[in-house]
Write a protein that binds this ligand. Structure first.
Ligand SMILES: Nc1ncnc2c1ncn2[C@@H]1O[C@H](COP(=O)(O)OP(=O)(O)OP(=O)(O)O)[C@@H](O)[C@H]1O
Ligand SMILES: [Mg+2]
Length: 365
């Protein structure tokens, strides 16, 4: 969808190119993330795609057509752009900001209003905010408006320059989740810039790691980059905990059927419960009521009872959903008193337990 072929930018009066012969293909419907240190040419690269910055060398094609053969204003209608630092028009209301491109396109008032309302709902913004000005919103709300504005005319291509840079990690995590939900529905072609490697790993179908001068150090899927960093620069950029970061790319659901785990039904006999715990090599046993997990008990406390369910149980401290990442599962394991992470599905239904062994299997496979 977007092809950069030795794209180059030398700003007037500078010796070294800001971007030097960058070659990169962005497939349709994917999120490609550009990461790299400050000043390495990420913003310049985005701006060459929509011709806010004119390339001084190489070729850029969008949907097969050289961008130099398209009128910049026509090109920009088909490319939504979320500017670094949001860049809302301060003297326009939120609704007017979002309506920027539809107004340029000459949409009638009803259609524009309907679209603005729809986008505000999509982005989780209260439609009453439409009458306010950017200074009357929080940083996270402004960033949502920036994304809504870029989406307004439903462009097939989105360029997003650190769209979630200015918000705290919790809001950022939520906005990332919302972008992924949106992308699952809309399937845009997105070029997304960030400094944050974890954001890149979470959002990117592919990641381009850039060095100074827009030099491409590696262009690959998150999994590939973590498994095999192409250069020492990439390795350093990824930082520590590469193994844990790989685990963050997979979910508990990816482990498949977890089996019943170290559990018995409450009406099982104490002998059965002891046998089960012994098989699992544990000194505790989980107690089930059908598909509900009641809690766990020490095996030594079962003596003197007839059924496993006759003793008091302790609640499991940590429960994971099947969408939890394997990194979160490790965290659950570490925090659990009995060294397992319980997995609960819909309606809190018991789905099984993740053990260290099971995780170790998944890591090597
Ligand atoms: N208009 C300009 N004139 C001259 N040099 C420029 C201009 N715009 C950017 N540069 C230089 O080009 C290089 C790349 O800048 P760019 O804004 O693309 O970096 P970036 O990767 O987006 O950085 P950051 O992560 O800090 O946003 C920098 O060295 C910058 O100083
Ligand atoms: Mg930048």
């Amino acid at each position: 969808m977007i092809e950069l072929d030795r794209a180059t930018k030398v700003f007037p009066g500078t010796a070294a190119p800001a971007v030097d012969a960058l070659t990169l293909d962005v497939p349709a419907g994917e999120i490609v993330v550009l990461v790299g240190p400050s000043g390495c040419g990420k913003t310049t690269t985005l701006k060459m795609i929509n011709r806010i910055v004119e390339p001084t060398g190489g070729t850029i094609r969008v949907d097969g057509v050289d961008v130099r053969r398209q009128e910049p204003h026509v090109l920009r209608r088909n490319i939504g752009y979320v500017i670094q630092q949001v860049g809302l028009f301060p003297h326009r209301t939120i609704a007017r900001n979002i309506a920027t491109v539809p107004r340029l396109l000459g949409w009638d008032a009803d259609r524009t209003t309907a679209r603005v309302d729809e986008l505000m709902v999509t982005m989780g913004l209260d439609p009453d905010m439409g009458a306010r000005y950017p200074s009357e919103l929080s940083g996270g709300q402004r960033q949502r408006v920036g994304v809504a504005r870029a989406l307004a005319a439903d462009p097939p291509v989105l360029l997003m320059d650190e769209p979630f840079g200015a918000v705290d990690p919790i809001v950022r995590g939520r906005l990332q989740g919302e972008l992924l939900d949106l992308q699952a529905r809309l399937r845009k072609t997105i070029v997304f810039v960030t400094h944050d490697i974890d954001e890149a790993l979470r959002l990117g179908d592919r990641i381009a790691i850039l060095n100074v001068g827009g030099r491409l150090e590696q262009y690959a899927t998150p999994e590939e980059i973590l498994r095999e960093p192409a250069t020492p620069f990439v390795e350093e950029f990824l930082g520590g905990e590469r193994g844990l970061r790989r685990l963050a790319l997979r979910t508990v659901g990816d482990l498949g059927d977890l089996g019943i785990g170290n559990c018995v039904q409450a009406d099982a006999t104490v002998e059965e419960a002891k046998r089960r715990a012994a098989e699992s090599g544990e000194r505790w046993i989980g107690i089930l009521d059908g598909d509900r997990l009641r809690g766990w008990a020490w095996v030594s406390d079962l003596d003197g009872s007839r059924h496993a369910g006759d003793v008091d149980t302790t609640l499991f401290r940590v429960a994971l959903s099947v969408d939890a990442t394997l990194r979160e599962a490790i965290d659950g394991l570490v925090r659990s008193r009995v060294g397992v992470a319980v997995v609960l599905g819909e309606d809190q239904r018991y789905e099984g337990m993740v053990t260290l062994d099971r995780l170790a299997q998944a890591i090597v496979s």
